[in-house]
Write a protein that binds this ligand. Structure first.
Ligand code: ADP
Ligand code: MG
Length: 699
C-alpha cells in the first residue's frame, strides 16, 4: 500500500501551516515578525502561541513538553514536564503558559561549563528559539531552545551559532548595500550536512565492550575483505539495510527532516544520508535529530548505528560534509556565480571574502572539527588532511589568477577583464566537484567543508565559518565605505586583486593525500595541526579571541571555558578508551590467549605421550608466540593503567591532553598491534568477542 508522504511529512511538527490555522491572525503576524526579524516577543503573543502549541500537541497525543537544548556534551538534553495542572478538586486540566514556552530553568550544574559554573550560579536558563520549529517525539512536545548561565553566558552550541548567523547577516548586508544591492535587509546561512554512519548487528555490537563504551573498536584484526574491491560504494542495498533506511526516512519525514539521499558508502557496513539543506540553526537541530533517530530506528531493526568517526581500523571512518552557503532574504544565493555582471561582482567579493576568511582562520576551522574520534581520520589518507586548504577548481582559479595579474581569462570564452565584473562566464557546477581530498571545496554554488567528524554537532564549524566570513566582510566594508560611487568598481577590483594575492596560498587544487602536499603546505606557512591537543591552544590565540569578541560570539570567559571543555572532553575520552582497553585485555582477551595456548600445549603433550618422536614444531612455536604476546600485553596493560592514573593527577588540562595523545594513545596503539597479531592465530570460537568478519559482514 502506498503512503501519502506529503501528509506524513512534518505531521509531528508545529509548522507554519499549523500556526496559521491555530493562532489568531494578529498573534500569528506578531510571531512571524519575531521569527523573521528577530524582534522581541511580547508575553501576550507567547501566551497565545503556548495555547495553540499545547492544543496541537495534545491532539497529537502529547502529554509532556520539554525544552530541548544542546549543551557542550555534543548531545541534546531534555527534561520533561507534563501539561497536567491540578484543579484542586482531584482533577486536572492540560495547561501550558507563555512563560513556560519562552523560558526554562534547568539546573546547569551537571553540564560541562569549563569553569563558568564556579563563577556563576548553578542555575541555567533555556530560552525558546522560535526560528526552529517545535515537534512531537515520544508523546512529548519538544521546544528548541538556547541554553545559558544565570548571567547569560552561553553553555550550549546553539547560542554562539545564532550570534554568528546574526554577525554574518549584519556584515553581509553592509557590503551588499555598498555594492548597490539595497533591496537586501538580511542574509541567512544555509547548511546541508551529509551524514555517514555504520550499521552492525546489534548482538555483535553488544558483545563488545569497546563498541558499547567507546563507539569504536580498540582491538580487532582486519577481516580478509575490506574495501579494496570497491564493491560497496553505491552498491545494491541489502534487504535489512533497505528496510532500515526506509523506516528511518519515514521517521525523519514525520519530524520534518527533509531526508533526501541514501546510499552505501566506501567501507563495508558504511552508509550515508543527506537531507535537503536548510537554514543553519534548523539544519543543526535536524542533524542532531537525525543522529538520534538513526540510533533509535537501528535498535528496532536489531542493528546498532555507529556514528563514531573511526569505528574500525583499516577501513574508512565516517565524516560529515558540511555544505554551506549564504542566501539573501530576497532569495539569491550569494555563492552562485550567476549570469550577469552585477551578480558576478557580488559573487567575486563574497568568494574572495571566504578565501581570506579560511586563510586567516584556518586554525579555528581545524579546531571546529577537532575531536578525539576525528583525530583518527584527518590526515589518514581517507579523509581530508589536517591541513586546511581550499579547492576552487581550475576555472575559478584561472579567473582569480587573471584578476591578480590583470590578464585575460582564457576559459571557454575569452572575456575582457575590467573590474571583475565581466570576467565570469556562466560555468557548470560539475566542473568543480571532482576533488574529494580537499577539506574545503567550492562545489558550484556552495562550499563543502569536509573535515567534520560524523558524530559531532555541526554548530561549531558553522559558528566559526560564519564569524570568520563576517570579519572579512566587515574589513571590506571599512576599507571601501568612503569610496566615491564613481570609483567603487575599480576599488572593488583592487580589493579582490590584493586579497587574492595575499591569501592564494590557501588555494590548493591538487591531491591533499600526498606527502608532497604536506611539504608544500609547510612552505606556504599553512597550519598543520595534527591532533586535537596540538590544535586546541590556537582557540585562545589572540587573533581568535579578538575575532570572537569583536563579533560578540563569545565573551572572554566563554572562550576560556570552551577551551577547557574541549580539552577535558579529549582527556576523558582517552581515559575511557584506555580503561576499556585495559578491561578487554585483562578480562576478555588475555584469558582467551592463555586458554588457547594451554589447550595447544596439552594437545602437544598428549601427542608426545602417544608418539614420543613427534616434534610438533609449529604447535610449539604457536604456544611460544602466544605466550610472548601474553607477556607483552600483560606488562603493557600494567603500564597503560599507570599512565592513565598519572593523567588524573595532572593540574593542567593542556598537559593532560598532550600526555593522553603522546603517551596513552601511543601505548594503546602499540598494544593493539600485538593483540591484533595474536588474534589472527586464535580460532574464532576461542575469541571472547565478535571479530571484524562478524561485525562488518553480518548484516
Ligand atoms: P555530494 O555530491 O557531495 O553528495 P550533493 O550535490 O548531493 O553533494 O549535495 C549535498 C548537500 O548539499 C545536500 O544536503 C544539499 O541539500 C546541500 N546543498 C545544496 N545546495 C546548498 C546550498 N545552497 N547551501 C547549503 N547546502 C546546499
Ligand atoms: Mg559531499
Amino acid at each position: 500500500m502506498s503512503k501519502d508522504i506529503p501528509s506524513l511529512y512534518g505531521s509531528l511538527v508545529f509548522t507554519d501551516k499549523v500556526m496559521r490555522d491555530k493562532l489568531p491572525k494578529d498573534m500569528y503576524k506578531a510571531l512571524k515578525k519575531t521569527i523573521e526579524n528577530g524582534t522581541h516577543l511580547e508575553l501576550d503573543v507567547a501566551n497565545s502561541v503556548a495555547v495553540a502549541m499545547k492544543e496541537w500537541a495534545v491532539e497529537n497525543g502529547a502529554t509532556h513538553f520539554t525544552h530541548w537544548f544542546q549543551p557542550m556534551t555534543g548531545y541534546t538534553a531534555e527534561k520533561h514536564d507534563s501539561f497536567i495542572s491540578p484543579t484542586g478538586d482531584g482533577e486536572v486540566i492540560m495547561d501550558f503558559s507563555g512563560k513556560e514556552l519562552v523560558k526554562g530553568e534547568p539546573d546547569a550544574s551537571s553540564f560541562p561549563s569549563g569553569g563558568l559554573r564556579a563563577t556563576f550560579e548553578a542555575r541555567g536558563y533555556t530560552a525558546w528559539d522560535p526560528t526552529s520549529p517545535a515537534f512531537i517525539k515520544d508523546q512529548t512536545l519538544y521546544i528548541p531552545t538556547a541554553f545559558c548561565s544565570y548571567n547569560g553566558e552561553a553553555l550550549d552550541k546553539k547560542t554562539p551559532l545564532l550570534r554568528a548567523m546574526e554577525a554574518l547577516s549584519t556584515e553581509a548586508v553592509k557590503v551588499l548595500h555598498l555594492l548597490g544591492n539595497t533591496a537586501v535587509t538580511g542574509v541567512n546561512t544555509t547548511v546541508g550536512p551529509e551524514q555517514e554512519y555504520f550499521l552492525v548487528d546489534k548482538a555483535a555490537y553488544r558483545a563488545r565492550r569497546d563498541l558499547l563504551f567507546c563507539g569504536r573498536t580498540l582491538l580487532g584484526a582486519p577481516a580478509p575483505k575490506g574495501q579494496e574491491m570497491e564493491d560497496h560504494y553505491f552498491g545494491v542495498l541489502k534487504p535489512r539495510v533497505a528496510a532500515y533506511m526506509h523506516d528511518l526516512d519515514e521517521e525523519l519525514w514525520k519530524l520534518g527532516v527533509p531526508a533526501k539521499t541514501k546510499h552505501n558508502e566506501v567501507a563495508p557496513a558504511q552508509h550515508e544520508l543527506a537531507p535537503v539543506f536548510d537554514t543553519a540553526n534548523v539544519a543543526v537541530d535536524h542533524n542532531q535529530l537525525t543522529m538520534e533517530v538513526m540510533k533509535k530506528v537501528a535498535d528496532k531493526h536489531d542493528l546498532a548505528c555507529l556514528l563514531h568517526e573511526k569505528p574500525f581500523e583499516g577501513i574508512n571512518g565516517s565524516g560529515k560534509h558540511n555544505n554551506w552557503s549564504i542566501i539573501t532574504n530576497t532569495g539569491s544565493n550569494l555563492l552562485d556565480p550567476g549570469k550577469t555582471p552585477a551578480e558576478n561582482t557580488q559573487f567575486l567579493v563574497f568568494l574572495t571574502a571566504v578565501i581570506k576568511a579560511v586563510d586567516d582562520y584556518a586554525d579555528l576551522m581545524r579546531i571546529s572539527a577537532a575531536t578525539p574520534g576525528n583525530d583518527h581520520r584527518l590526515g589518514a589518507n581517507e579523509a581530508p588532511p589536517a591541513i586546511v586548504s581550499m579547492f576552487l577548481g581550475d576555472e575559478l582559479t584561472a579567473i582569480l589568477q587573471a584578476i591578480e595579474n590583470d590578464t585575460y581569462f582564457s576559459g571557454q570564452h575569452r572575456v575582457q577583464l575590467d573590474i571583475g565584473a565581466h570576467v565570469l562566464p556562466h560555468f557548470f557546477k560539475d566542473n568543480t566537484d571532482r576533488n574529494r581530498t580537499s577539506p574545503f571545496a567550492f562545489t558550484g554554488n556552495k562550499f563543502e567543508f569536509r573535515m567534520l567528524g560524523s558524530g559531532q554537532s555541526v554548530a561549531g564549524p558553522n559558528t566559526v565559518l560564519n564569524t570568520a566570513v563576517a570579519e572579512v566582510l566587515s574589513q571590506f566594508y571599512d576599507e571601501l565605505k568612503d569610496t566615491p560611487a564613481d570609483q567603487m568598481e575599480s576599488a572593488v577590483h583592487e580589493w579582490i586583486k590584493k586579497t587574492v594575492k595575499a591569501h592564494k596560498r590557501i588555494i590548493f587544487n591538487g591531491n591533499g593525500y600526498t606527502d608532497e602536499w604536506v611539504e608544500e603546505a609547510e612552505k606556504r606557512g599553512l597550519f598543520n595541526l595534527k591532533s586535537t591537543p596540538e590544535a586546541l591552544p590556537q582557540f585562545i590565540a589572540e587573533k581568535n579571541v579578538d575575532l570572537f569578541l569583536k563579533h560578540h560570539i563569545f565573551t572572554k570567559e566563554e572562550i576560556h571555558s570552551r577551551y577547557e571543555i574541549l580539552l577535558e572532553n579529549y582527556v576523558k575520552t582517552i581515559q575511557l578508551e584506555s580503561k576499556t582497553m585495559q578491561e578487554m585485555l585483562s578480562k576478555d582477551f588475555l584469558p582467551a590467549v592463555s586458554r588457547f595456548a594451554g589447550e595447544v600445549s596439552k594437545s602437544v603433550l598428549d601427542k608426545k605421550a602417544l608418539l614420543p618422536s613427534i616434534k610438533a614444531e609449529k604447535e610449539l612455536a604457536l604456544v611460544e608466540s602466544l605466550t610472548a604476546a601474553y607477556e607483552t600485553l600483560s606488562e603493557g596493560n600494567d603500564k597503560l593503567k599507570a599512565l592513565t592514573e598519572e593523567v588524573s593527577s595532572m593540574e593542567s588540562m593542556q598537559e593532560a591532553a598532550t600526555f593522553c595523545h603522546d603517551k596513552v594513545l601511543a601505548l594503546m596503539d602499540e598494544l593493539r598491534a600485538v593483540a591484533d597479531e595474536a588474534e589472527t592465530r586464535i580460532p574464532e570460537k576461542e575469541l571472547p568477542y565478535p571479530t571484524y568478519d562478524q561485525l562488518l559482514f553480518s548484516v
